[in-house]
Design a protein around this ligand. Structure first.
Ligand SMILES: NC(=O)c1ccc[n+]([C@@H]2O[C@H](COP(=O)([O-])OP(=O)(O)OC[C@H]3O[C@@H](n4cnc5c(N)ncnc54)[C@H](OP(=O)(O)O)[C@@H]3O)[C@@H](O)[C@H]2O)c1
Length: 294
């Protein structure tokens, strides 16, 4: 039987490389993105490597909770899913709100993958065909993140890199908690840290000094060089942790792992398993991204 995989933000960057790897490994891959032309180009590339099952593109803006719910309904209607790679992520130089009025870093990097996952679990799209895997793409930026989650937006000024890291930390805390919640169900939950790669995200936003706090801005030439070095590699290499987490047979029956850039398990920051962080992230997620809108 054909195995089905979904990769969000799978029409470019690390997501497309992940999708290509899954298609070559025999999955029928659905890639999600906003732009139909980019989607069509991705499908062409996927068709060239697919070994079983036709790839497809589904359009959705994952910054919109309504579009995430509609995407979940569309995916559910097609039956069981074997792999979900929540790859979407974004960093913004200036604070912005989504159509739902939610701060965009938190919405795209955490609420969107959270809501898609919960919606697919609720309809047993993930789970009915167990064993299945959920892979959430994280970032080393979690290490510089604030770790209070009493509100969607932290106190203080907006700094894109740090707010991105905080949203990724929320998502990592959710991921590791979900692995515990789903233990024994046949649904494995893993996090993948791609390290760094030259992509649309890093080539654009990470050249803007406004993304870091004023203290780091004083050291901007040094910080920028560090960012450049860390994100100079190819997306294909950065996709390896996601690919391994999604499909490698050696990880069958493993759950709750964080795979690092070298594709080996690494220890998550302690804040990702801090009980207060986990409790607040879950409460905030349920309030800000309910399965059924209020
Ligand atoms: N690159 C790095 O160095 C790095 C390091 C650590 C972690 N990561 C993480 O790795 C993941 C992939 O990063 P990347 O660098 O490959 O990102 P990227 O280059 O910005 O990803 C491009 C893809 O994202 C899609 N996309 C962007 N916004 C979207 C939205 N609102 N809704 C739906 N699709 C959207 C784009 O399609 P459309 O434009 O058509 O929508 C395209 O398919 C992210 O979670 C990121 O946080 C990256």
């Amino acid at each position: 039987m054909t195995r089905r995989a979904v990769v969000t933000a799978g029409t470019g960057g690390i997501g497309l490389e992940t999708a290509l790897g899954l298609a070559a490994a025999g999955f029928a891959v659905t890639v999600v993105g906003r732009d139909a032309e980019r989607g069509a180009r991705a499908v062409e590339r996927l068709e060239a490597v697919a070994t079983d099952g036709g790839p497809e593109f589904v359009a959705a803006d994952l910054a919109s909770l309504g579009e995430v719910r509609a995407l979940a309904a569309r995916l559910s209607a097609r039956g069981a899913l074997d792999v979900l790679v929540n790859n979407v992520g974004a960093m913004f130089p200036e604070r912005r709100l989504t159509v739902d009025g939610v701060e965009a870093s938190f919405a795209v990097n955490h609420l969107s993958p959270y809501l898609l996952t919960e919606a697919l679990l609720a309809t047993e799209t993930l789970g009915s065909g167990a064993p299945s895997r959920i892979v959430n793409v994280t970032s080393g930026a979690v290490r510089t993140a604030k770790h209070r989650f009493d509100a969607v937006e932290p106190r203080g000024g907006y700094y894109g890199f740090h707010w991105y890291g905080r949203a990724k930390l929320a998502n990592l805390a959710y991921t590791l908690d979900l692995a515990r919640r789903l233990a024994g169900t046949g649904v494995a939950v893993l996090a993948a840290d791609p390290g760094g790669a030259a992509t649309a995200m890093t080539d654009g936003t990470m050249t803007d000094p406004r993304i870091v706090s004023p203290g780091l801005r004083l050291l901007w030439p040094l910080v920028r060089r560090t960012f450049e070095r860390a994100t100079a590699g190819p997306a294909a290499l950065a996709a390896r942790p996601s690919l391994l987490a999604a499909a490698d047979p050696s990880l069958a029956d493993r759950t709750g792992l964080l795979l690092g850039p070298e594709t080996t398990p690494i220890t998550p920051t302690r804040w990702a398993t801090d009980p207060r962080v986990v409790r607040d992230v879950l409460r905030l997620s349920r309030e800000a991204a309910p399965l059924t809108p209020a």
